[in-house]
Write a protein of this length. Sequence first.
Length: 103
Amino acid sequence: MKIFVAGLPYDLDDAELEEIFEKFGAIVSAKVALDKETGKSKGFGFVEMANREEGLEAIDSLNDISLGKKPLVVKEAEDRSGPSAGGVRRSINPRDDFNNRNR
């Protein structure tokens, strides 16, 4: 189960994020999102837990607790792997793509 976590203190790293969640069960991965230019935390991250029930317990226990100045938002991560995940949609027909660019 993949879990989204927002409201993280900006000095929290991957290991500390994992430590918070491992109390609830086995962790597959824990990653704090970093800004590409500065390398600093964006204040949110993702945790993947091996067991769904343990993940739901972690969400229930950790959502709305305070680790710093603001409360955590902890919820099941949304699947962003589909066509609405961002990026450019390409036309199947090359002519359509050409016509759209020249309008």
